[in-house]
Write a protein that binds this ligand. Structure first.
Ligand SMILES: Nc1ncnc2c1ncn2[C@@H]1O[C@H](COP(=O)(O)OP(=O)(O)O)[C@@H](O)[C@H]1O
Ligand SMILES: [Mg+2]
Length: 175
């Protein structure tokens, strides 16, 4: 029996305007597994991810993270978000912070690391995405693919139990 990390059970989302964006999707993600959701524009992919991360409330259905249901009124949303990392389609980097400070921010304030440890971790993840040489740049001076790699590094640094990627290679060069 594989270790189930994430379980989505009959998830529905009806937006306020009445659009039934997600109609009863169910799937499981096991430890070490990567699952891709493929569909045309507007088919509800981002909606599923936003429900998992509790950025929006599902209309119906259940979401379990390692067996704990995480869409109940009692759920601590900040705790859920610290266990589930997300790389947004639009990256959402802080424009006024250098690349390295975008990464250390969550490590210092959420993971409560010292600045020294956070910087060491940030350098390590920046190296993994080949962005070490741009550590002092501001996001506005990076290409789309470079911003995407920083966003990936920032999410990796937090060592979440699950990572959600919305259009993960949309901005990366083909070569
Ligand atoms: N905040 C919102 N309010 C109302 N409708 C929305 C909202 N976000 C997305 N939708 C609608 O829900 C459907 C699914 O959108 P989305 O999840 O973004 O699809 P995808 O990521 O697959 O392109 C679309 O019809 C979209 O217009
Ligand atoms: Mg989308």
């Amino acid at each position: 029996m594989p270790d189930t990390v994430l379980e989505i059970d009959d998830l529905h989302k009806i937006y306020a305007g009445g659009v039934h964006a997600v109609r009863g999707i169910s799937f499981e993600v096991n430890q070490g597994e990567s699952v891709a959701i493929i569909g045309s524009s507007g088919s509800g992919k981002s909606t599923v991810l936003r429900c998992i991360n509790r950025l929006i409330e599902p209309t119906d259905g259940a979401i379990y993270l390692k067996g704990d249901q995480i869409n109940t009124p009692q759920t601590d949303i900040n705790q859920v978000r610290s266990r589930i990392g997300m790389v947004f389609q639009s990256f959402e980097l802080f424009a006024h912070l250098r690349v390295i400070d975008n990464i250390t921010l969550g490590l210092i304030h959420v993971r409560e690391m010292s600045r020294k440890d956070a910087e060491a971790e940030a350098l390590e993840v920046l190296e993994r995405v080949d962005m070490l040489d741009r550590k002092d740049a501001y996001p506005g001076n990076l290409s789309g693919g470079q911003k995407q790699r920083v966003a990936i590094a920032r999410a990796l640094a937090m060592k979440p139990e699950v990572m959600l990627f919305d259009e993960p290679t949309s901005a990366l060069d083909l070569t």
